[in-house]
Ligand binder design. Structure first.
Ligand code: ADP
Length: 583
């Protein structure tokens, strides 16, 4: 079932944004001061130009020429000062933007890594990919550049308006009023844009999800002839995206038109009103020139503001989905860090992926330290689910999985849990980084010697040493491609580094080709030595080699005992065994 991840409300997004930026108060203050000085230098220029106009209009002669030269020097100095300050402010602002974005991205990755697995599974690939991909990308520019740019725009606008009022209180309303007139259009836009952008991002996430799932499961889609159906689902999602995109485009056009008027109207109004005032002797030519130049200067920040307000809306919607990931309640309170080294035991454990649909029913299972227990049963009977409970992946819906006297497995900190029990599945991923970093995923503080020892234990030392840069060789996408067997050995070396007391194997070698499986099994044997092992088995020969066998049918353990004993009892296990042998 698809349950979307939460979406944060406006207040939570604002809190988070303030928190993010607030962590860099010093840098924000430095950018503000420098940009304010730059803005002051910039408004100084029209003021001096106005003085020059008044000077020329008022008199002529050698003295005027001398004063004009002085004023020209001031204009040049102000222009140079403005350029230098803007460059410096821009540099600091970009560094600040990069830092804030990096922190946001790291925090998102951290939240995603600690999401309860059940939440990830029910939310689906698309939603999570949308948030870590498209959403993050759509706020990249706003965070990296926008925050400081908006600061600059606001400072520039305030400085220009302030300078206009200071230059001529009579003329300045002509500059300010057209801007005020644009406000209702802005408010209308803001009210409509946020929900529209939020809906659009969610729809894009759906499209991403459909595409990712179809590509991931291409073989299944082909095998069942589901191509047309998948296309129809994609078409439907695309049509919704299309109509929402059209709506947001229309909103943008209204905003751009309003702000376009807002940027031209002040120039016309200042010149017209200035001409009238000059006619009545209430304004000098210099003052009109200065304020008219301010009106021209306003056009850049006003039109840039259009772009940023629009980006801010998209970013706000994306940000609410990014911050939403942080709102997922943890599925455990991991506080206990004591390691017992004893195998876990299930006490009355039930589990439901979907509320009300238990797939495990009050299972009790006590593992004997050091034993190998094979879990067998028909497909879909709940073996993997039981394995995940015993490995502490999901907290049980009812009942408890305990270690030691009375400690819930899910109350253990991540580090302690990894020392108690680990799950090895048939999925093993080689990350695109060095072999050493791939191994250190299991234990970040492992030394090179420990990594080499782990590789030796599982019989991978030879090929690992043969790599061009040894442990530092880049593997995975873009680096050395490891064979499936080697990839599994890397996964097993991680287990050696984690050194858990109990291992749960979920069909750990079943996907490999037979020759790889044999060498992988040898590696596996080295890893299993000295540990309690729960092996979820599809091949019943695993059961023969085990100390005990648990037979799971319909979410219950119906038989438990050594292979020979269960065979003699002639029950469910005997039936499974005979069916398997005769296959
Ligand atoms: P087995 O390992 O014996 O094949 P599983 O433990 O994988 O069985 O599955 C037990 C039941 O739980 C099955 O009916 C399966 O469809 C269901 N199930 C497994 N994983 C999920 C999941 N992520 N979401 C919903 N149902 C699931």
């Amino acid at each position: 079932m698809n349950r979307r991840l939460p979406v944060a409300d406006g207040a939570a997004v604002r809190r988070r944004a303030v928190e993010l930026i607030g962590a860099h108060k010093g840098a924000v203050a430095a950018v503000t001061v420098i940009q304010l000085l730059a803005a002051l230098a910039s408004v100084g220029i029209p003021r001096v130009l106005g003085a020059m106009v008044d000077l020329v209009a008022g008199a002529a002669g050698a003295e005027v020429a001398g004063r004009l030269q002085g004023l020209i020097a001031v204009v040049i100095a102000l222009a140079i000062g403005n350029a230098a300050l803007t460059g410096c402010g821009e540099y600091l602002a970009r560094v600040l933007g990069e830092r804030v974005f990096a922190e946001l991205r790291e925090r998102l990755v951290g939240s995603v890594m600690h999401l309860p697995l059940s939440v990830v599974e029910s939310a689906g690939t698309g939603d999570l990919l949308g948030r870590t991909g498209r959403d993050l990308e759509s706020i990249r520019t706003v965070v990296q550049r926008g925050v400081s740019q908006i600061l600059v725009i606001v400072l520039t606008l305030l400085t220009i308006v302030g300078a206009a009022v200071f230059t001529s209180p009579r003329l300045s309303p002509a500059l300010i009023l057209p801007l005020v007139a644009v406000m209702p259009a802005m408010r209308w836009y803001l009210r409509h844009a946020v929900p529209a952008y939020r809906a659009m991002n969610a729809m894009w996430a759906e499209v991403d999800g459909v595409v990712a799932e179809t590509a991931d499961q291409a073989a299944t889609v082909d095998a069942h002839g589901l191509g047309r159906r998948r296309n129809r689902i994609l078409d439907r999602a695309m049509i919704e995206v299309w109509s929402t995109e059209q709506y947001t485009l229309w909103l943008r056009i209204v905003l751009i038109t309003a702000l376009g008027l807002g940027s031209f109207a002040p120039v016309i109004a200042v010149v017209a009103w200035g001409a009238w005032l000059a006619g009545h002797g209430a304004a000098t030519l210099g003052a009109i020139t200065t304020v008219a130049l301010y009106a021209v200067q306003l056009r850049t920040p006003v039109s840039e503001m259009t772009f940023w307000i629009d980006s801010l809306q998209t970013a706000g919607a994306a940000m609410s989905r990014i911050v939403g990931v942080e709102l997922v309640a943890p599925d455990r309170q991991a506080t206990n860090s004591a390691v017992t080294g004893r195998p876990p035991r299930a006490c009355g454990v039930s589990y439901a992926y979907l509320l009300g649909h238990d797939v495990l029913h009050e299972v009790d299972l006590e593992l004997i330290p050091g034993e190998r227990l094979a879990v067998v049963g028909p497909s879909g009977s709940g073996k993997s689910t039981l394995g995940r409970m015993l490995a502490g992946i999901h907290p049980p819906t009812r009942g408890r999985v305990l270690v030691g006297e009375d400690t819930d497995l899910t109350a253990l900190t991540e580090a302690a849990l990894h020392r108690e029990v680990a799950l090895v599945t048939q999925e093993h991923h080689v990350f695109a980084c060095s072999l050493a970093d791939n191994l250190r995923l299991a234990r970040t503080d492992a030394t090179d010697a420990e990594l080499e020892r782990a590789l030796k234990v599982i019989g991978a030392a030879e090929w690992a040493q043969g790599l061009s840069d040894g442990l530092d060789t880049l593997v995975g996408a873009g680096g050395v491609q490891l064979t499936p067997g080697q990839a599994q050995q890397v996964a097993l070396a991680r287990i050696v580094l984690m050194d858990p007391a109990t291992l749960v194997l979920d069909e750990a070698t079943s996907l490999l080709d037979p020759s790889a499986a044999r060498s992988a099994e040898r590696s596996l044997d080295a890893v299993l030595a000295g540990r309690t092992v729960v092996a979820i088995a599809h091949r019943l020969d695993t059961a023969v080699a085990a100390d005990r066998v648990a037979v799971v049918i319909d979410g219950r353990i119906v038989e438990l005992g050594p292979h020979a004993e269960l065979l003699a009892a002639d029950g469910e296990y005997a039936r499974l065994w005979h069916a398997w042998v005769s296959d």
